[in-house]
Design a protein around this ligand. Structure first.
Ligand code: ZN
Length: 285
C-alpha cells in the first residue's frame, strides 16, 4: 500500500486567488493576520496525533513570522516553498518567477538551516503554459513539485497529466531531475475527478471522500492531501463572493479539523520527506 502525504500551504486568509486582486500586496500589512494562530491549530493537531507533514510556506509569511517557521521545522515537519507573494505562475514572467522562488528559498533555508527541496505553486499554477518553470526550479535546488492537478478547472490543471508520481523534468547536464506528485484524482471513464484536500474535502460528504480515497489506494495512487491554515479558522473573515465562490470557499470550515481527525484515523499519512517516495521516484534509482 502506498504511503499518503499530508501537506499544508501556509498562507493567510487574504491570499487565495478567489479574492481576485481585492487584497493587493501593499495592503497585506494593514489587514488582520490570522496565519500564525491557525497554523498553531495544525501544529497542535499533528503533535496530538504524532504525525509529520510537509508545510509549503509562502515567503511573505516566513519573513513576517520567522519564529513560526522555526517551530514548524523544530517539530520535525518538512518545509517546502509556496513561492513569495502567492501570485499565480501563469501571471508571471520567468524572471519574476525566478526572483520570487529564490527569495522564498533564501528565507526558508536561513530559518530552518536545512535544504528545501519541495515546491507547491500558488493556486496549482503549473499548467502546460508554465512548464518553463521547471529548469528554474531545478537550478534553485528544487527536486520535487506537487502542483499539477490532472483535471479541467477554470483556474488550473493539466487534464492529461499522469495521476501517479512521475519525472516531469530531466536536467540535460546532470543526471538529476524533478519528480512530480500530482494532486490526487480518481478516473471515471475519460474524466479525472478531484479529491484529496481543500475545498473538495470540505464539499464532499466524509463517506464520499473516504470512498474515493479507498479506490485510489486500491489502484496504488498515493493520496496527496492538502489544506490551508484558514480552513481551520472558525472565525474566518467573510468576504463577499459570488454564489459559487461562497460555496467553494466557506463550506465545511467549521467541521474541517474534526474531519481531518477522522481521515487520519482511517489512512496513514506522513511528509514527502519521510514517505520514502522521493527516493523511489527519483532519477538516481
Ligand atoms: Zn496557496
Amino acid at each position: 500500500m502506498p504511503k499518503n502525504i499530508l501537506s499544508f500551504d501556509i498562507e493567510d486568509w487574504f491570499h487565495p486567488e478567489i479574492f481576485d486582486g481585492r487584497f493587493p500586496l501593499e495592503h497585506w500589512i494593514r489587514l488582520e493576520s490570522r496565519v500564525e494562530q491557525n497554523t498553531e491549530i495544525i501544529l497542535e493537531f499533528l503533535k496530538r496525533k504524532n504525525m509529520t507533514a510537509t508545510f509549503f510556506v509562502l515567503g511573505w509569511v516566513a519573513e513576517k513570522y520567522p519564529e513560526l517557521i522555526r517551530s514548524i521545522a523544530r517539530e520535525g515537519h518538512e518545509i517546502g516553498s509556496h513561492l513569495f507573494s502567492h501570485k499565480m505562475i501563469t501571471k508571471m514572467t520567468p524572471d519574476q518567477f525566478q526572483q520570487e522562488l529564490e527569495r522564498s528559498l533564501q528565507v526558508l533555508r536561513e530559518l530552518t538551516q536545512q535544504p528545501v527541496m519541495g515546491f507547491r505553486a500558488p493556486t496549482f499554477s503549473i499548467t502546460r503554459k508554465t512548464l518553463w518553470a521547471f529548469p528554474i526550479m531545478y537550478r534553485a535546488g528544487i527536486r520535487y513539485d506537487s502542483s499539477v492537478f490532472p483535471i479541467v478547472h477554470d483556474r488550473y490543471g493539466i487534464p492529461d497529466s499522469p495521476r501517479k508520481p512521475y519525472i516531469i523534468y530531466k536536467d540535460e547536464h546532470s543526471r538529476g531531475g524533478i519528480v512530480e506528485f500530482p494532486m490526487t484524482t480518481l478516473r471515471f471513464g475519460r474524466v479525472n475527478f478531484p479529491l484529496g484536500g481543500g475545498g473538495y474535502f470540505r464539499l464532499y460528504p466524509f463517506w464520499f471522500s473516504r470512498f474515493l480515497m479507498k479506490r485510489c489506494q486500491a489502484e496504488g495512487v498515493p493520496i496527496i492531501f492538502y489544506a490551508h491554515p484558514w480552513e481551520f479558522d472558525k472565525n474566518l473573515p467573510r468576504v463577499d463572493l459570488n454564489f459559487v465562490g461562497k460555496i467553494r470557499h466557506y463550506t465545511g470550515i467549521k467541521k474541517f479539523l474534526e474531519r481531518l481527525d477522522r481521515l487520519t484515523d482511517t489512512f496513514e499519512f506522513t511528509s514527502f520527506e519521510k514517505s520514502g517516495m522521493l527516493n523511489a521516484y527519483s532519477l538516481s534509482q
